[in-house]
Design a protein around this ligand. Structure first.
Ligand code: ZN
Length: 128
């Protein structure tokens, strides 16, 4: 595969596995909730300019809203329409889902960015 090819499914699968969207070997995270500056295997830059993380936040917010909506529908369906505990359940989903999905939102954002405009390489001398 040439340097310019960026297969969509393969790149998104790497994002879903929390792997580098460019090479698939390096991990996007160095510790829980800690995004690496760049891939240790291929040098793809994960933390680009200020504000780059807004896309990951957007993915997390949209999927959280979908999870809350799906939870509401599922709760009402399974409880036979009784809504006494609906708000506490939705509140819990709204608190826990974004934390649980944090890593995937970052990784999928990096994969989408790589598909759209290719992740730049880290050059020695940049912030490590
Ligand atoms: Zn890599």
């Amino acid at each position: 595969m040439s340097e310019r090819e960026r297969p969509i499914l393969k790149t998104l699968a790497r994002g879903a596995r929390l792997s580098c969207p460019v090479c698939g070997r390096g991990s996007v995270f160095r510790k829980p909730f800690g995004v690496r500056h760049h891939c240790v295997e291929c040098g793809a830059l994960f933390q680009r300019e200020e504000g780059f993380f807004v896309g990951a936040i957007m993915i997390n917010v949209v999927t959280t809203e979908a999870a809350v909506l799906a939870s509401a529908g599922l709760w009402l369906l399974l409880s036979g329409g009784r809504d006494a505990m609906l708000l506490p359940v939705l509140f819990a989903v709204a608190l826990l889902f974004p934390a649980a999905f944090y890593h995937h939102s970052w990784s999928l954002w990096l994969a989408a960015d790589h598909l759209l405009e290719k992740l730049p390489r880290h050059t020695p001398g940049d912030r490590a």
